[in-house]
Design a binder for this molecule. Structure first.
Ligand SMILES: Cc1cc2nc3c(=O)[nH]c(=O)nc-3n(C[C@H](O)[C@H](O)[C@H](O)COP(=O)(O)OP(=O)(O)OC[C@H]3O[C@@H](n4cnc5c(N)ncnc54)[C@H](O)[C@@H]3O)c2cc1C
Length: 413
């Protein structure tokens, strides 16, 4: 059993949370402790595997489709509820929060936002219960081998095809009206384990406007492959989607998609949860470092008695407190419909920079012991390299904020 996690809350901000959020925090902490999630994720990280057995437990806690209406299997939850959930999960491991973010913000939200009523009724209740009977896992395919920060340049293409027409360059015949997709999506969380993939492609029949499609495991020409050699987010499944004349029937194109903007709207929801998650990581690193410094004796006294060690603790603690205030306020703006993408960008930027600094500082305070997986900071430090990269890199969020300040988009020369 891992150490008992003692989260800090200097300004008593959790007292300001709604009754539902308070219950959620308590229940999630209790469940993660019961499941010994810190040990499970540390072992999973070492073995480079996503501990898929935890998914059913998360579904039992109703952590999927949280902010969606109950008629689609959602929880009608607030963004504050979603935020504290991400904080608690990421305090264990970014891989755990990533799974929940992808399913909520990148799979269920686009179907809710861009899908037909039939698509919502068909897929959302199943996506709300992954790991349980009839439940399914999803993934979000936007990034490609040659296009990450600049998804507008994507190469994946969708062609329209009529029932009975031949697929391009093959003898296969379209069974109904639909679309043929060709392309590769890379760095996709849950790609190899997904039953359903939300894939973004340029629609040749609509001036290359980006459209959203629902692909299902077993679709013709669809290969879902795991990626190896990751040294970050090792307890998360990352892979590729290969589409070679993949046929998607008409009823699986999401009709309300409004170009690339629709994909970016999903990223915004995910980034909001990631900002909260960064706070969770920093809280865990601080807790680990403080407990260690209080028990490790050097020069005849605990490390925590030294001014320089206290300086490190105070810096972490101050940044955590500042960021707890930021994400709490951001959640109130989200719930009252006042937040803009720039508020979320600043949250992701600052909370993750500070989380990474906390992980590095905490690791350093543990000396050699800190380089082992017996303690969480080095695992968090490695994970954060991915979290800082996905959903917009640091540079992208600086460019977004730079454009806000100056009115000048500096993404291209
Ligand atoms: C573990 C993991 C999981 C992921 N999961 C998903 C997923 O589920 N779905 C999905 O679609 N994608 C996913 N991604 C992909 C992720 O979103 C991309 O990696 C990210 O958008 C960055 O793209 P890139 O890696 O191609 O880097 P690039 O875009 O090539 O950027 C490389 C570097 O150049 C910088 N840069 C680029 N353009 C500029 C510019 N104009 N000015 C200044 N600097 C610039 C970037 O900030 C970065 O530092 C995942 C990535 C990882 C690591």
């Amino acid at each position: 059993m891992a150490r008992t996690y003692k989260p800090v809350d200097f300004l008593n901000l959790d007292e300001l949370l709604s009754k539902e959020s308070k219950v959620l925090v308590k229940e999630i902490r209790r469940a993660l402790h019961r499941l010994d999630a810190r040990t499970v994720f540390s072992d999973a990280f070492k073995n480079n595997r996503f501990p898929i057995e935890i998914v059913a437990e998360l579904a039992k806690m109703d952590l999927f489709g949280m902010t969606l209406p109950a008629r689609y299997g959602g929880m009608d939850a607030s963004y504050e509820n979603y935020g504290v959930t991400c904080r608690e999960l990421e305090a264990v491991d970014s891989g755990l929060r990533s799974f929940v973010s992808v399913q909520n913000s990148l799979v269920m939200y686009p179907i809710f936002n861009c899908g037909s009523e039939e698509q919502k009724m068909t897929y959302l209740p199943k996506l709300a219960k992954p790991g349980l009977e009839g439940g399914i896992i999803g993934c979000f395919g936007l990034t490609e081998p040659n296009h990450g920060s600049d998804p507008g340049s994507m190469e994946t293409r969708a062609k329209r095809i009529k029932k009975g027409e031949q697929f391009p360059g093959s003898k296969d015949i379209a069974p109904t009206d639909g679309y043929i997709l060709n392309g590769v999506k890379r760095w996709i969380t849950n790609a190899s384990i997904a039953d359903l993939s939300v894939v973004w492609a340029k629609q040749e029949y609509d001036n290359d406007k980006v459209g959203g499609f629902i692909l299902l495991k077993g679709d013709s020409g669809l290969k879902q492959v795991d990626m190896e050699n990751k040294l970050s987010l090792c307890a998360s499944s990352t892979g590729e989607l290969y589409m070679d004349n993949t046929f998607v029937p008409e009823e699986r194109r999401m009709p309300e998609t409004q170009g690339l903007k629709s994909a970016l709207q999903c990223l915004n929801k995910a980034r909001y949860g990631i900002a909260w998650g960064g706070v969770g990581v920093a809280m865990d690193c601080f807790d680990e470092a403080k407990q260690y410094a209080e028990s490790r004796i050097q020069f005849g006294r605990p490390l925590s008695h030294n001014q320089l060690i206290q300086d490190s603790l105070v810096e972490m603690f101050t940044n955590i407190t500042r960021n707890q205030s930021y994400v709490y306020h951001l959640s109130q703006m989200m719930d009252s419909g006042q937040s803009k993408h720039v508020h979320i960008s600043m949250g992701k930027l600052v909370c993750l920079d500070d989380a990474l600094n906390a992980a590095i500082t905490a690791r350093d305070m543990m000396g050699a012991n800190g380089i082992t997986l017996d303690y969480s900071p080095i695992r968090h430090m490695a994970n954060l390299q991915s979290v800082i990269t996905y959903e917009g890199t640091r540079n992208m969020h600086k460019l977004i904020l730079g454009e806000y300040l100056t009115g000048q988009p500096a993404f291209r020369g």
